[in-house]
Design a protein around this ligand. Structure first.
Ligand code: GDG
Length: 474
């Protein structure tokens, strides 16, 4: 990790550590995991040193094994917070992903269950205890995401008992819904109170920030809670575009690009990369693609949609059902339109290596993202970062957070409207070259100026000000 520019220690906290731990031949090994949060924070490691605290993703029972896992993770500046598997399951799968995530993304059919809620509280308490132990006066503590919304309050109480003065920042990586929807959650008040013990709260877009402020019914940008000032801001998350540029120079990746170009030389490639999650609108994407093939028969053998659907939350019933639905739909589409010369859809239910991902982004003519709701959507940024040569077109759902910044550079549509999606795809494939260049340059400038490093540094700088002058107006 690079030099520590600030004079404060920095602790980053997320439910899962960015490293997955596995037991291989009697020893523990770690490997980097993928996902939006890891992508966003990895851009910060070049310039800023920090320690990362979180759950290592597996149950480790004996003290001896815990010491070994801690040692392995320590080499990567990570500290595990151990949880037993039953508690972790209730917290992560049953409350965070089954109850809270759907509400934050406006999904209907809200369920509530007290058991998982108690587990959520307990895990937040265990995190508070571990972090209060690790922090010193002056430490900046930056908490991430919806799994840990009670943490700022619990942590503040713990720090107070220990007489440690630290600043607590919180970043939400999902939307914050409009107040009327948020009300569906019976424990919403506790979650808001949890968050309001932060010194600084960051959202991805103005809309999410505004929804939160309306819910708190207070004045813009700052909220007074328990006689403390809470600052609220928009911080635009991004990626590290240089990492993609650099990977694209790699000779193996260049070879792979050439071979994919040869393979698809007679067709236009549409790419989609999404975690297999309801919010990514994959069902809608396949239905919209079906409509497109129906509406434009002359293009059927001239295009291919390559869809990577990365397995996610496979322990949750609703996600297993979604996977079955998608494989069935994919099979139906290919059954309907395949010819001896090929199939219009290549559906992959697995993750691909980073180098393969960059090659795929680079050979695509269009990227189709259909989120029904999405905090930001960093795949849209990554596609742009890999398109310097081809200058392809981004077809982006109006409900992705990214759409509030990228509308001018993309073609936008409503994901539930299959006709609109089909027309948007057609427009993208037929876009006039000058307009395509103009749109691409707009997106490229945006992605290059809103990097993950800038996001992180801006947040940390603001949090550090809050630490120095907690009473100062935001
Ligand atoms: C959450 C919010 C918000 C995907 N497949 C593979 C792979 N990935 C990587 C992508 C990208 C990341 O995962 C996905 O990021 P997104 O931002 O698109 O989506 P979420 O994971 O849902 O992230 C989201 C984000 O947090 C940050 O705040 O933007 O709205 O939901 O980096 O490249 N990476 C590799 N193989 C794959 O198959 N190597």
């Amino acid at each position: 990790m690079g030099s520590n520019e600030g004079k404060h220690n920095l602790i980053i906290v997320s439910n899962r550590l960015p490293l997955s731990i596995k037991r291989v031949d009697g020893t523990y090994e770690s490997s980097i995991s993928s996902g939006g949060l890891v992508t966003a924070l990895s851009g910060l490691t070049k310039s800023t040193q920090f320690r990362w605290l979180g759950w290592p993703g597996i149950e480790v029972k004996s003290n001896k094994d815990r010491e070994e896992v801690s040692r392995t993770l320590n080499e990567h500046d990570a500290t595990p917070i151990f949880l037993d598997s039953g508690l972790a399951h209730e917290h992560y799968n049953m409350f965070a992903n089954r109850i809270l995530w759907p509400i934050l993304h406006y999904q209907s059919g809200v369920v509530f269950d007290d058991g998982p809620w108690q587990a959520y509280r307990r895990v937040n308490e265990l995190f508070a205890a571990a972090i209060a132990e690790a922090a010193e006066t002056g430490t900046l503590i930056w908490v991430h995401d919806y799994h840990l919304m009670l943490l700022p309050e619990l942590l503040r109480n713990r720090l107070y008992e220990k007489n440690k003065h630290c600043a607590i920042g919180f970043s939400l990586h999902t939307p914050f819904p409009a107040g009327d929807f948020w009300r569906n959650l019976p424990v919403r008040k506790h979650l808001l109170e949890g968050l309001l013990s932060s010194d600084l709260i960051g959202f991805h877009t103005d809309e999410y920030k505004q929804n939160f402020q309306d819910t708190c019914a207070k004045i813009p940008n700052q909220i007074r809670y328990k006689n403390r000032l809470v600052c609220v801001g928009k911080f635009i998350v991004g990626i590290d575009p240089q990492k993609f540029a650099h990977t694209l120079q790699n000779p193996d990746v260049q070879d792979r690009i050439r071979s994919l170009e040869e393979r698809y030389k007679d067709v236009k490639v549409i790419v989609g990369v999404d975690r297999l999650d309801h919010i990514k609108g994959l069902t809608q994407k396949l239905k919209g693609f079906d409509s497109f093939l129906e509406d434009y028969p002359e293009l059927r053998d001239k295009i291919i949609l390559i869809q990577v659907a990365v397995p996610s939350r496979e322990d949750v019933k609703e996600y297993q059902e979604l996977e079955t639905e998608l494989s069935t739909l994919a099979g139906k589409i290919n059954g309907k339109y395949a010819t001896p010369d090929g199939t219009p859809l290549l559906y992959m239910h697995r993750s691909v290596p980073f180098t393969e991902l960059t090659a795929l982004y680079s050979v695509a003519d269009v990227c189709l993202l259909t989120s029904t709701r999405d905090g930001m959507n960093l795949v849209s940024f990554e596609f742009v970062a890999c398109q310097e040569k081809r200058q392809g077109v981004l077809v982006l759902s109006e409900f992705a957070g990214a759409a509030s910044f990228m509308r001018e550079g993309s073609i936008s549509f409503h994901p539930a409207n299959t006709t609109e999606m089909s027309e948007a795809l057609y427009a993208a494939l037929k876009l006039d070259p000058d307009e395509r260049r103009r749109k691409y340059e707009y997106l490229r400038d945006f992605v290059n100026t809103h990097t993950s490093a800038k996001w992180g540094q801006t947040f940390i700088e603001k949090l550090s000000q809050r630490c120095r002058q907690p009473g100062k107006a935001c």
